[in-house]
Design a protein around this ligand. Structure first.
Ligand code: PEP
Ligand code: MN
Length: 349
């Protein structure tokens, strides 16, 4: 449930409400100060008398139930969109943000060249996997810590913030030392121990949709992260498994407006994994931008045909440049212009 505070009520009223909630074992309070209203979310094992108890406290305007099983991630809990900064760009703000880079970190040369190319084309965040989840144990599983070090060099060289995947709860601390955003991959969307850990980390998180997860399951996974106190969370639609085999996954474009309706969390579209085919990446990127996505995640490689991972869905530098030109037009048309190109900014920091 949410406790809606009276506009302009003294701070002590809010503190009293939070204290009263924490007095009950199994309940936690989550404060959100919106422009329109300040609310305290109550999650955990609520009980029938709680509503009346909280409603009697000074400064409380109303106590409203949240009808959905996901609470902190729901629009009912927080009316305003979640926004937060990654480096100099704002996720969930008025501008569209683009994250781009190779599927996997292979070498310093590969990552730095890609970072420079995607930055020049207008990308805002560099992606690249150091810890790679793989369907087969025989395919490339990433360079681990060395991969994180390479990403750090690319950040140093270009000034682009980094997003990279963390696969194991025990690696969260290490990965968080290097990255600006922690990515939770599709296969780990329901790894609840990992979700708890990234929820405790002091870094923004991107939670990819499980390839066989419903939107409700996805938002319940988001709930794990939010309930640990990490509010800097974005979601990523990366395609789901359907009966169709032509594409690697079926890009669920409808998930974008559904998430915006159900949740205040930003949603990123990943047409690279969503289609698995490089020539389908641009059309689906345009579709998710038109559908209101807050950003894009695009795989780019200097030579896709020699890529150790996901070459078939990776764009060349030239094709990425073309994608960005088209995205800029659609983004403008739907009132979500591309965030400013950082290419003119300092290359080192
Ligand atoms: C990736 O981003 O390279 C990745 C492994 O994505 P997903 O978890 O969506 O398969
Ligand atoms: Mn990939």
């Amino acid at each position: 449930m949410v406790v809606v505070m009276l506009r302009g009520c003294p701070e002590s009223n809010i503190e009293d409400v939070i204290e009263r909630i924490h007095h009950h074992p199994g309940l936690s309070a989550h404060l959100v100060r919106g422009v329109e209203r300040t609310v305290v979310g109550v999650v955990g094992q609520t009980f029938p008398e709680l509503k009346d108890m909280l409603e009697m406290l000074p400064g409380v305007e109303a106590v409203l139930p949240i009808s959905k099983p996901y609470k902190l991630s729901s629009r009912e809990f927080q009316v305003e969109d979640t926004t937060f900064k990654v480096g100099d760009v704002t996720i969930g703000g008025p501008d569209l943000v683009v994250m781009a880079g190779p599927c996997a970190v292979e070498s310093e040369e590969q990552v730095v060249a890609t970072a420079r190319a995607v930055k020049a084309a207008g990308a805002h965040i560099l992606r690249g996997g150091a810890f790679k989840p793989s369907t087969s144990p025989y395919s490339f599983r990433g360079k681990g810590k060395e991969g994180l070090e390479i990403l750090a060099v690319a950040r140093q060289e270009t000034g682009l913030p980094i997003i990279t995947e963390v696969m194991a709860p025990g690696d969260v601390e290490l990965v968080a030392e290097y990255t600006d955003v922690l990515q939770v991959g599709t296969r780990n969307m329901q790894n609840y121990i990992l979700l708890d850990e990234v929820g405790k980390a002091n870094k923004p998180v991107m939670l990819k949709r499980g390839f066989a997860a419903t939107i409700q399951e996805w938002l319940l996974s988001a709930e794990y992260i939010l309930s640990q106190g990490n509010r800097r969370l974005m979601l990523c639609e990366r395609g789901i498994r359907t009966f169709e085999t032509y594409t690697r996954n079926t890009m669920d474009v409808s998930a974008v407006p559904v998430i915006h309706k159900e949740s205040h969390l930003p949603v990123i579209g990943d047409p690279s994994h969503g289609t698995g085919k490089w020539d389908l990446v641009t059309p689906l990127a345009l579709a998710v931008v038109a559908a209101g996505a807050d950003g894009l995640l695009i795989e780019v490689h200097p030579t896709p045909d020699t890529a150790l991972k996901d070459g078939a869905q990776s764009l060349t530098f030239e094709n990425f440049q073309r994608l960005m030109e088209k995205v800029a037009v659609v983004a403008q048309a739907v009132g979500r212009p591309l965030a400013p190109n950082l290419a003119g900014s300092a290359t080192r920091r």
